[in-house]
Ligand binder design. Sequence first.
Ligand SMILES: C[S@@+](CC[C@H](N)C(=O)[O-])C[C@H]1O[C@@H](n2cnc3c(N)ncnc32)[C@H](O)[C@@H]1O
Length: 259
Amino acid sequence: MSASRPIDAAFFDDLFGAYERSPAIRALMRSALDERLPVEVEPYSFVTMNALEAIAQQLRLSTDALLVDLACGRGGPGMWITRATGARLIGVDFSAVAVTQARARIAAFRLQDRAEFRIGELHATGLTDAQADALLCVDSVQFAGDPRLVAQEAARVLRPGGSLVFTGWEPRETGDHRLPECFVNLDFGGLLRTAGFDEVAVTHRPDLQRRQQAVFRRALATDPGRDRAMTQLRAEAVRMLPLMPLLRRVHITAVRARR
Ligand SMILES: C[S@@+](CC[C@H](N)C(=O)[O-])C[C@H]1O[C@@H](n2cnc3c(N)ncnc32)[C@H](O)[C@@H]1O
């Protein structure tokens, strides 16, 4: 969610490299998040099966519609939804390691010819105007230097009437400077309305927040040994667990304005 060193592509390259070498962290995340998650999903985020099923419905994807997964990481959540709906997928992430891992995982979802992954930025995807029928961004908007630019990019690449789902965290109290800067004034509803979205709905998900806290507690109870991914997760848990009561886990849906 946040870290003390610069959160750039090299930071995530390092995290994803360590994650792939650690079966222990993948098992811990799945068992603490949700045993119902198919093993191949391997989210690098805090989603459950119930959340994925809800998102798949909210994206209103029909067969062959194009889903864009912004900041897709290793691609699991977007590929699960693509497989479940019969859609097509373009995943975009600035970590070359994540994109390489996502490409290598396409076959595990049997999405050859339906999924592709590209290097790009949250605010500059390289996609063309109105290319996407639906757009997803799981637990990543807070990494953008300016989240307004992410909302504008989402509005640009989504066709009018296309659906958007973001997941993330908002401050319980706007302007709470005990939080990392990226959360202090984060207001998804305001961002999306200003960028040209209608039907914006922000739902609180305390159930998902409890799952996230369970992941952090499980990590802290685990001896990391020489596992770097586990060491990194434990460091995040130390930093973020005390801040969780100041944050609200949110799930946002919106529709690109038709006018
Ligand atoms: C918490 S992970 C979520 C990954 C994925 N959505 C998932 O659920 O497994 C955050 C992702 O955001 C990506 N990211 C962070 N800042 C970015 C930026 N400015 N442009 C593109 N991707 C970015 C990271 O590389 C990482 O894959």
